[in-house]
Design a protein around this ligand. Structure first.
Ligand SMILES: NC(=O)c1ccc[n+]([C@@H]2O[C@H](COP(=O)([O-])OP(=O)(O)OC[C@H]3O[C@@H](n4cnc5c(N)ncnc54)[C@H](OP(=O)(O)O)[C@@H]3O)[C@@H](O)[C@H]2O)c1
Length: 271
């Protein structure tokens, strides 16, 4: 079991102009719900309920209040609903547009599918409202933005109080820029091998919008050219950028979780 004492709890940052305050590291939960068609360096076993509860408890001790999930992560949402302690203490980000059932992904960005996805997420997560909802892009960001009903449906659901903030997990710089102009939050890529979204981060800072970084550790393939495991260099790179609210890192390993918190605290206090 990883040693959690003597680790300072993570600081929080405000998500743009919303009243949500996220820990600077969030927990990614792909590995809690899906082990098929994933891009990790090695195979893994989806953890048992008891291991997941230990992971959540360690997150609480380390000051992590932010969890990222999606219908595309298999049974991840359902397990969060069932296993998260003190459900209202957590800020949960989920998504619409992609589902993963019977080992297959399918996409639907229509307003009808968006509404039913939100209803299903509310049930699975056992919540009366959702904190953050992103459109889970399939890569065609501008086509989703221009031709589909997902984002306008999310705006409507926010008006109705069913969601507190919304945006998109984008795959293009153009899409990311549109999202920061028009939504509350963007999930953008930032790592040592892909800095194409840096203009998105810069614009989000100017407009005071929320930015959640994905793929900061390159799905476990962190660039090792700077020496060591590459993890420390990867965190330094992400947190040297302006305008970031939080970074999502998935782990099912308690040692990695506490190492990550320690490293991020060191990086932030070295500034
Ligand atoms: N389109 C989207 O919306 C989208 C796409 C991709 C990802 N995401 C979200 O963003 C999160 C981040 O995605 P990601 O692609 O960067 O991958 P990830 O799912 O966060 O996976 C990170 C990988 O790095 C490993 N890891 C974590 N800490 C480590 C450490 N200290 N030392 C060595 N290995 C470590 C983890 O393995 P261990 O379990 O062994 O620690 C895991 O295999 C995802 O979990 C998901 O929530 C969203």
């Amino acid at each position: 079991m990883a040693q959690l004492n003597n680790i300072q709890p993570l600081p929080q940052r405000q998500l743009g102009s919303t009243d949500l305050h996220l820990s600077v590291l969030g927990l990614g939960t792909v590995k809690l719900g899906r082990d098929k068609q994933v891009k990790y360096p090695s195979g893994f076993k989806i953890p048992e309920d008891k291991e997941v509860k230990n992971l959540f408890s360690a997150c609480q001790d380390l000051g992590i209040n932010f969890i990222d999930t999606a219908p595309a992560y298999g049974v991840s949402e359902e397990r969060l609903g069932r296993l998260l302690p003190n459900k209202n203490d957590w800020l949960i980000m989920t998504k619409v547009g992609e589902a993963f059932e019977n080992g297959q992904s399918s996409f639907d960005f229509s307003s009808t599918a968006t509404r039913s996805s939100i209803e299903r997420s509310l049930k699975r997560l056992k919540r009366d409202y959702l904190d953050m909802v992103l459109v889970h892009s399939d890569g065609n960001d501008m086509s989703i933005i221009n031709n589909e009903g997902a984002l306008s449906e999310l705006a409507e659901l926010k008006q109705q109080g069913l969601i507190r903030s919304f945006g998109m997990s984008t795959k293009t710089t153009e899409g990311g820029l549109w999202v920061v102009e028009n939504c509350d939050v963007v999930m953008a890529t930032c790592n040592l091998s892909d800095n194409s979204d840096l203009p998105v981060l810069a614009r989000a800072k100017e407009l005071n919008k929320g930015v959640v970084v994905k793929k900061g550790l390159q799905s476990g393939h962190a660039d090792k050219s700077a020496g060591g495991s590459g993890v420390e260099a990867a965190f330094k790179h992400v947190f040297s950028q302006q305008g970031i609210t939080s970074m999502i890192v998935g782990t099912i390993n308690l040692q990695h979780l506490s190492d990550n918190v320690r490293i991020v605290n060191d990086v932030l206090t070295a500034d």
